[in-house]
Write a protein that binds this ligand. Structure first.
Ligand code: ATP
Length: 208
């Protein structure tokens, strides 16, 4: 799974998802918008609309799925609950991977039940440009003994390990930058899929 706010989805998310799918030879990659992200303010755009943009952005890309499961739960969108639901769907033997960018990874120890995340899935960290900072102490503690250095080592077990991946295309695109550009009337062309840009403009979303 690749979870996020996706406010809005952009090519950094989508290209990373394609390359992750390829690098780990995943059967499927669920992109899951958070209905209520616990560690940040409420997004301006509703979860339904963010999901609609994500669905448009994915289009017919093989292996990528826009997954609405966090929109169907009440309360904060905890990833541990999402992983429980994916485990129920795929079974105890399946290799489950929770992927996240390095910026999000640095805050992992602050997430709800971080130990439980590793009981349910592997964690794969995607390098992002400009995020080369040392790990906080609590995070280093959480990760002790979990790191492996190859997709094969990761896939030998159903959960519990950490892999850092430097994907071939690293894009310094962020949703924050896109929202700021929209708010100030600057171009967002080639930062997100054309169909997503068109809908944002039609519906006047994300400060457009
Ligand atoms: P914001 O700027 O609003 O914080 P964002 O662009 O970081 O948004 P999120 O929806 O918060 O997007 O990100 C979802 C996940 O995708 C996170 O794990 C994040 O680290 C990762 N991600 C976001 N942008 C990129 C990118 N350009 N390359 C790789 N991973 C990314």
């Amino acid at each position: 799974m690749l979870g996020g706010t996706f406010d809005p989805v952009h090519l950094g998310h989508l290209r990373s998802a394609v390359e992750l799918h390829e690098a780990l030879m995943l059967d499927r990659l669920h992109m899951i918008p958070a209905s209520r992200p616990p560690l940040r303010g409420a997004p301006n755009v509703t979860a339904r609309e963010r999901l609609a943009l994500l669905t448009l952005g994915i289009g017919d890309t093989p292996g990528l799925v826009a997954d609405s499961r966090e929109l169907e739960r009440e309360g904060p969108s905890y990833t541990a609950d999402t992983l429980v639901s994916l485990r129920e769907e795929y079974g105890q033997e399946a290799r489950l991977v929770m992927a996240l960018g390095h910026d999000a990874f640095l805050r992992l120890a602050d997430w709800h039940e971080p130990e439980r995340l590793f009981a349910l899935a592997h964690v794969v960290v995607i390098d992002r440009p400009d995020w080369d900072v040392p790990l906080p102490g609590a995070l280093a503690e959480l990760l002790r003994g979990r790191e492996v250095d190859s997709p094969d080592a990761l896939m030998a077990r159903p959960a519990g390990l950490l892999l850092r991946l430097c994907l071939p295309t690293r894009m310094a695109i962020s949703a924050t930058e896109i929202r700021q550009r929209l708010a100030t009337g600057r171009s967002v062309r080639f930062l997100l899929p054309e169909a997503v840009e068109e809908r944002i403009r039609q519906e006047r979303l994300c400060c457009a």
